[in-house]
Design a protein around this ligand. Structure first.
Ligand SMILES: [Zn+2]
Length: 475
């Protein structure tokens, strides 16, 4: 009899234990209340716009390893301290450094026409008098490959013009499809004897701004100058090339400088129960030099900082620590993200999530997520609470963002803030990336959405890591 009762008691207690979980659904009741309250903060002004205004007005452009970059690192630490975050620090990151100089180009035949160009980051310069050569049009990298197969001398002594236009999402080859022309066009054309490369701006602007961005050479390969040409002037080149031969003179004074030092800036809101476990809220602090880095990525820095500040203001801290990380060197090498993953390798199994905001100032749509499938019910429950913000869209997969991706091999759950980016590539990497483009209400919603999702992950009973993937190079 006793034995029988004991046997009954086990399933009964298991049943009783399961009741609170059923009552809570996939989110504990307290967690759900805090997440809902944070989501509601997005309906009215937050301080997010203040952070991007201060970064762009007080620091401005901050290319890796530059005086502006150093100012931004000091700015970031001062702000995180001002907001009461703890363990505020700068973790040094070795970076390559590059300096822009004079940059002019003109069509010299058949008609004289100035062209708006800008050097690609990392490019070598031209001789002071420039390089004048005939232009050969290539639609894409693939077209170059085909053309040199047919005629190995087709680009020899000439300036290669990569012409394919970047279209808005869903309308044709987009940013992702065209970026390789910018990053590897010079490396691919140089070995065939090209003397320089002009790339139609990888951007969707209809303005006369040229869009910069990084380019890379092969180790030991030829290093030929590379510049982006504005969409308006790329159109002119195409019209002239349709009539016959075109000669362009390109003058670039840019140059690589000796390697330097930058830093990731960190600050924390300590968790109430498991402060050694971490949720990272990331964005990149560096920017290109042409604008003031408002949408790329001042907006993301503001979203991450404000999300953490909103969580710090919550009546109850989440179990785990919220760690803001303002990453170095995203634009010209990604050294900040790699350095974080290396320096914190031993701690990565205690990372419950790493978020990145690097999609500009548009309204939030939701999150990409890459974690164990067991997390899905909890995420779906948070997403329901984000519906009033329009941020309920969950997309499984992805790598979170360039800066958090190096944590992937350790199995860290990665989250990317998805935003409306229909106008993002109009100003991206141009002189037009300035504070006036910022949409304050969208930043408020984005900060609240990130705060709510991050709070949930910092407060759930356990970490839903993916199985650690074998370390691979790159991402
Ligand atoms: Zn960016």
């Amino acid at each position: 009899m006793t034995k029988h009762v004991r046997r009954l008691a086990l399933p009964l207690s298991a049943l009783l234990l399961s009741i609170p979980i059923r009552a809570d659904g996939p989110l504990p009741v307290d967690t759900r209340a805090a997440v809902g309250a944070l989501a509601a903060r997005g309906a009215s002004p937050t301080r997010a716009v203040e952070w991007v205004r201060r970064l762009t007005d007080e620091v401005g452009a901050r290319p890796s390893g530059s005086p502006g970059d150093r100012a931004a690192i000091a700015w970031g630490q001062a702000l995180l301290r001002e907001l009461g975050f703890v363990r505020v620090r700068a973790e040094e990151v070795p970076v390559s450094v590059w300096e822009r100089g004079v940059e002019t180009a003109e069509v010299v035949a058949p008609f004289r026409q100035p062209l708006v160009v800008t050097a690609l980051g990392g490019s070598v310069g031209t001789p002071a008098e420039g390089i004048a050569a005939s232009v050969v049009r290539m639609e894409s990298l693939e077209a170059l490959e085909e053309a040199v197969k047919a005629d190995p001398d087709v680009v020899r002594g000439r300036i290669v013009f990569f012409a394919r236009r970047t279209m808005k999402a869903g309308q044709g080859p987009g940013y992702g499809a065209n970026v390789p022309m910018r990053t590897t066009g010079a490396a691919k054309a140089g070995p065939h004897g090209a003397v320089a490369v002009l790339v139609r701006s990888v951007g969707t602007s209809r303005s006369r701004f040229a869009h910069t961005g990084s380019t890379r050479y092969e180790a030991g390969g030829p290093r030929i100058p590379a510049a982006a040409v504005s969409n308006a002037d790329a159109d002119l080149l195409e019209r002239l090339l349709a009539r016959g031969p075109v000669t362009v003179r390109l003058v670039l004074g840019c140059r690589p400088l000796p390697d330097g030092t930058s830093a990731n800036v960190l600050g924390e809101v300590r968790g109430r129960e498991r402060p050694d476990e971490v949720v990272v809220l990331g964005a990149h602090l560096d920017s290109w030099d042409l604008g003031t880095g408002a949408v790329d990525d001042g907006a993301g820095c503001a979203i991450a900082i404000e999300a953490a500040r909103l969580i710090a203001e919550a009546p109850r801290r989440p179990r785990r620590t919220i760690r803001v990380v303002l990453f170095a060197n995203e634009e010209s090498g990604g050294a900040g993200g790699r350095a974080y993953a290396e320096r914190h390798a031993a701690e990565l199994p205690k990372h419950a999530a790493a978020f990145e905001a690097d999609s500009g100032t548009g309204t939030p749509l939701g999150f990409s997520w890459n974690a164990a499938g067991t997390l899905e019910p909890a995420l779906a429950a948070v997403a329901e609470l984000l519906r009033p913000l329009g941020a309920e869209g969950l997309r499984k997969g992805g790598y979170g963002g360039v800066d958090v991706a190096p944590m992937a091999p350790a199995g860290v759950p990665l989250f990317g803030l998805r935003q409306d980016s229909s106008t993002y590539f109009d100003v991206h990497h141009t002189a037009d990336d300035t504070f006036d483009k910022i949409e304050p209400a969208s930043l408020d919603r984005s900060a609240a959405a990130m705060a709510a999702m991050a709070y949930a992950l910092a407060d759930l009973p356990r970490i839903h890591a993916r199985p650690a993937e074998p370390a691979t190079e790159g991402r």
